[in-house]
Write a protein that binds this ligand. Structure first.
Ligand code: GTP
Ligand code: MG
Length: 201
């Protein structure tokens, strides 16, 4: 799929104030600093459309971007960031969960996983929660440029093993680097296909 246009639409914390759910959308989630905003920019070939930072906790709202005038990408705050106060964390988690559970045009959650790390409890629990609530998701490994191929392959194998202790089937997996524009075609093809399945309310 070619990206012909990409524009910021709205930021808020309330699912009811998001754009009318008339087009398919895909939301990016994962631990703070995993590379959600960077991946959105990479997919759209925009340098600074979604705000990124070396410090965790940059994205704090539900951010909608309209792509090609007919689907949305959504940048969400990260979870599992210990430096944020408990109160703030609970507030974020509350509105993120409300958004995920109450957005009828949400085709799929993109769960971003840092390819450099061993399976993280917070990620496994989050995917478990998506499963319990019947929310479709795929896994997107990020920062593939940061480690040797063999180390990353070992991390991904560990993830698959860990998932298969609770899941019967593995979700679709994508392998990306925003630095090297890796995985872009694969993700856009996936979205292109999913868009054809959208039924207007
Ligand atoms: P929050 O909004 O704080 O939850 O973070 P985020 O998940 O949106 O992460 P963000 O995109 O802001 O990136 C965090 C840091 O990781 C930045 O310094 C990025 O430059 C860096 N980064 C993101 N993706 C990649 C990647 O593929 N490769 C490398 N080497 N660095 C990356
Ligand atoms: Mg961000």
């Amino acid at each position: 799929m070619e990206i012909k246009s990409a524009q910021f639409v709205i930021s808020n914390t309330d699912v009811n104030k998001c754009s009318a759910p008339l087009m398919p959308e895909y939301a990016f989630i994962g631990r703070s600093n995993v590379g959600k905003s960077s991946l959105i920019n990479m997919l759209c070939v925009r340098k600074d459309m979604a705000k990124t930072s070396g410090k965790p906790g940059k994205t704090q709202l539900i951010n909608h971007f309209l792509i090609n005038e007919n689907w949305y990408l959504v940048d969400l705050p990260g979870y599992g960031y210990a430096q944020v106060s408990r109160e703030k964390r609970e507030k974020w988690e509350g509105f993120i969960r409300q958004y995920i559970l109450n957005r009828p045009n949400l085709m799929c959650m993109m769960v971003l996983i840092d390819s450099r790390l061993a399976p993280q409890r917070v990620d496994l629990e989050f995917m478990e929660w998506l499963g319990e609530n019947g929310i479709p998701f795929v896994m997107v490994f990020t920062k593939m440029d940061k480690l040797t191929k063999s180390k990353i392959a070992a991390n991904i194998e560990n993830y698959k093993k860990e998932l298969l202790t609770t899941w019967e089937e593995l979700p679709a997996m994508f392998y990306t680097s925003s630095e090297e524009r890796m995985g872009r075609e694969e993700l856009l093809d996936f979205i292109d296909n999913s868009n054809t399945l959208f039924v207007k309310p």
